[in-house]
Design a protein around this ligand. Structure first.
Ligand code: ASP
Length: 320
């Protein structure tokens, strides 16, 4: 009965290349986040029986994503999802930090209704723009009865918030989901499910995030050949932070080699940081594969990409 009432898909626009324009920009360049989301939706077929509401939440290049935009998006998403006639949300977003926003929406809202993010690699006024197809596919996924939780739709693929990662800088099919693989494909207007949508797990307090004036400072440091302690020591040094007008660092994500291993110089610096009260976690710099968290490790492992591990650690520290 409730499913019958849920006919509305709410489109929340945040900018990105999907709303970008090449006209007027220098040759070979384009400006991200120019076109209103209402204009982008014009001409995109709406699935039978559904209606659309369109809201411009922000208009940014997602490389500049920041706490105020996330707060506005999360607050809007929560209030729309609470409405009984809303079946799903569609979020338009730039590709650069889409995976971070997808993970955050999943962690903060753990929605059972579908929240579908989509994007484009070509601006809206390109002759062969990919945005309209991605928008149409995303609406089809949003309206599908099997869809649930936060999903990303791009180039006919449906990927989960936990696994999605931008893996190519220019290809239209710019995203991957590593070994987890695609959840579904959209072909000729139909969703072909390959597996169930993952069950969303909440990972922090939305109220705490919405009330925050800033996020706790957490830095990512990559381990590599011929690493030194200098980067970690400089990040942790309180005098340097004060001089730069930065918060004192509260967390470090070490993007280790392979199985999360660390260059010995970096490891020693991380140990010193931890002794000074900085929370240190490890992940891998590899795009594929995962680390198995084990109890009692000196630097606990987070089975997430470095950027998502950073978000997870910030959410944890926010509540301390
Ligand atoms: N810089 C753009 C953005 O993330 C790239 C894109 O959308 O593809 O907003």
């Amino acid at each position: 009965m409730q499913a019958l009432q849920q006919k509305k898909i709410v489109v929340l626009g945040t900018g990105g290349t999907i709303a970008g324009l090449a006209q007027g920009a220098a040759p070979g360049c384009y400006r991200s986040a120019q076109k209103d989301v209402a204009d982008l939706m014009g001409g995109v077929p709406v699935p039978t029986g559904m209606t659309l509401s369109v809201v411009q939440v922000a208009q940014i290049d997602s490389k500049d994503m920041d706490l105020p935009v996330w707060q506005a998006l999360l607050a809007a998403a929560r209030s729309w999802l609470d409405q009984t006639d809303v079946r799903a949300l569609l979020v338009t977003h730039g590709t650069d930090t889409l995976e971070e926003t997808a993970w955050l929406l999943q962690a903060m809202l753990a929605p059972t209704k579908p929240v579908v993010l989509t994007c484009a690699m070509r601006p809206a006024d390109a002759v062969d723009a990919d945005g309209p197809r991605n928008l149409a596919d995303a609406l089809i996924v949003a309206a599908d009865p099997q869809a649930r939780g936060v999903l990303v739709v791009c180039a006919g693929r449906v990927l989960g918030a936990q696994d999605v990662q931008k893996v190519h800088s220019s290809r239209l099919d710019a995203f991957g989901a590593g070994e987890a693989g695609d959840i579904a494909r959209v072909l000729d207007g139909h969703v072909h499910w390959l597996r169930d949508c993952p069950k969303p797990e909440p990972a922090g307090s939305l109220d705490a995030l919405l009330a925050a004036a800033r996020l706790p400072r957490v830095e990512i440091v990559l381990s590599h050949a011929a690493a030194s302690a200098a980067a970690v020591d400089a990040i942790v040094d309180r005098g340097t932070a004060t001089r730069l007008g930065a918060e004192h660092v509260r967390g470090l994500v070490l993007a280790g080699t392979g199985g999360g291993t660390l260059h010995h110089a970096l490891e020693a610096a991380a140990r010193r940081a931890q002794a000074q009260g900085v929370r240190v976690v490890r992940t891998t710099r590899c795009a594929d594969g995962w680390l198995q968290p084990r109890p009692d490790e000196e630097f606990p492992v987070l089975a997430l990409s470095p950027v998502k591990a950073r978000l997870a650690l910030m959410l944890e520290l926010l509540e301390r």
